[in-house]
Design a binder for this molecule. Structure first.
Ligand code: LFR
Length: 491
């Protein structure tokens, strides 16, 4: 018969999209049904996601998907850690906070006296990021909103709730909260008790492949989809979906899921919960089929995206291909930065923060946009290199090649720099890894694909990939790496 269609709702930090995937025995075609901006909003109490606009964009996208026809099911993924709260009537208590809001600046100090960072890591295996859900809840502990809340829904689970009325917590995303036990794969009752978080706030867990309800009548009417259309639980943390879609056909691969964030690491069978791993701030987040995503967050294309937003505010629009061409012509290794410096986390004037960082570290200040972009891309390549080398060490694994997936895989300069800096071949693509992971978990639930290996082989044989062979001489990169805090073992 004709290939079956699955609708992936994929919400990213800068845009949301609904992508239709048609899956056959040897075919896999994607079409973008709808793309809509995701524009955070500042309210008096801080920075928020406009979740109602995201829901509306989702409905618009599903309507386009319905028009194309043959939709078997729907899956939803998004970024991690953020949540919406429902009151006792099941009504949404205001717009979710954005993880880049500064309310969490000092929130860890409220958690650590009760559960110290070492113990937190031994249980959750989660990297320390100031915005992990556990710290957001600590920041909100005295708020009237949290006191009125009866149910916490992570963003994809919230969207599913608005589509179906069902309530659940998808496990790969739950693993990013800081309230989830990496060893047992369940909510940590002990942590909840010690942090005085009502366990009833957290819904029962769902795993990728589980059913998540059917469309509410008014959603069916608004989209033209059949009201019996199932919503299927996918790996709802976008990074988990992207890693599921890494087109690996050989062992010993590393991956970099490169979008607003660069998530660089390895796929493991078991978490690494050692003190050395905590000190290096590696995370053990859950992947599909009980795999562990052993990785680190690197600030990623956010640096470039935020520069472009600043430049757009300042004048004529900063077209990406032109910026990248300028960067390619710019002087190599003028200045290198640590992209993970917390000063880069918040929205705001990014070029100025980068110049400031260079001034403070006694380096030449990048002169012009091309130089700033070159500095960002070289610095990201160096961060990719030290992260993957450290991951291999800590997990006791060899890496023979790197799969770079996501929007960043279209950035030839970044792919080439990453290959040259690491001395490893980079296989770039697919760009829409997250949507592909979302779609293939649905296809598997429908019985069309057998397992993770088969999903990856199907992607490898159907999607456009590009191979970057390293130059073979890493000496310039070694020298640049040594300039970055050599004392911290940054090479
Ligand atoms: C990537 C991502 C990362 C997570 C960050 C914040 O989109 O999901 O994995 O650390 O966003 O939620």
């Amino acid at each position: 018969g004709s290939p079956s269609a699955f609708a992936a709702v994929d919400l990213g930090a800068t845009s949301g999209r609904v992508i239709l995937g048609r899956v056959g025995p040897d075919s896999l075609d994607l079409t973008e049904a709808h793309r809509f901006p995701n524009t955070p909003v500042v309210l008096p109490d801080g920075l928020h996601w406009n979740v109602l606009a995201l829901f509306q964009g989702t409905l618009d996208g599903l309507r386009e998907a319905a028009r194309a026809g043959g939709v078997i099911s729907v899956g939803v993924d998004s970024w991690a850690v953020d949540y919406g709260l429902l009151d006792a009537d099941g009504v949404l208590l205001g717009p979710p906070y954005h993880y880049r809001d500064d309310r969490t600046d000092r929130a860890a100090e409220r958690v650590w006296p009760r559960v110290g960072p070492e113990e937190l890591y031994r249980t959750t295996g989660l990297q320390h990021l100031p915005f992990n859900t556990v710290f957001q809840l600590a920041a909100a502990a005295d708020s009237a909103q949290l006191q009125a809340a009866r149910t916490l829904l992570l963003i994809p689970d919230l969207l599913i709730h608005l589509l179906t009325g069902s309530v659940g917590a998808e496990a790969t995303n739950a693993s990013t909260t800081g309230l989830f036990d990496a060893r047992t794969g369940t909510w940590s009752r002990e942590l909840l008790d010690r942090l005085s978080i009502d366990p009833a706030l957290l819904p029962p867990l769902r795993r990728p492949g589980d059913p998540a309800g059917t469309l509410l009548a008014h959603v069916a009417a608004a989209t033209g989809l059949d009201a019996r259309t199932p919503v299927v639980t996918v790996a709802s943390h976008d990074t988990a979906s992207a890693v599921a879609a890494v087109p690996a056909t050989e062992p010993n691969f590393a991956y970099i899921s490169c979008g607003t964030w660069s998530l660089a690491g390895l796929e493991l069978e078991a978490p690494v919960l050692t003190e050395a791993s905590r000190a290096a701030n590696f995370t053990n987040e859950l992947g599909v089929d009980g795999t562990v995503r052993y990785l680190r967050n690197i600030m990623g294309m956010w640096l470039l995206e935020e520069c472009r937003r600043t430049w757009e505010r300042q004048g004529p629009s900063a077209d990406l291909p032109a910026l990248l061409a300028d960067a390619a012509r710019a002087e190599p290794f003028g200045a290198v930065i640590d992209p993970d410096d917390p000063e880069f986390l918040a929205p705001g004037d990014m070029p100025e923060r980068i110049r400031d960082h260079c001034r403070r570290t006694g380096q030449p200040v990048p002169d012009g946009r091309g130089a700033v972009v070159r500095c960002i891309l070289e610095s990201l390549a160096l961060a990719h290199r030290r992260t993957l080398r450290r991951a291999a060490e800590l997990a006791g694994r060899d890496i023979t090649h790197i799969h770079l997936v996501g929007g960043g895989s279209r950035n030839e300069l970044l792919c080439r720099f990453t290959a040259d800096a690491t001395g490893l071949p980079v296989i770039a693509g697919p760009t829409e890894a997250t949507a592909l992971g979302n779609i293939l978990v649905q296809a598997r639930a429908a019985g069309l694909v057998s397992d993770l290996g088969a999903m990856r082989r199907l992607i490898a044989s159907t999607q456009q990939l590009r191979r970057y062979t390293p130059s073979g001489d890493t000496s310039a990169w070694d020298a640049a790496a040594a300039r970055l805090a050599p004392a911290e073992g940054n090479v």
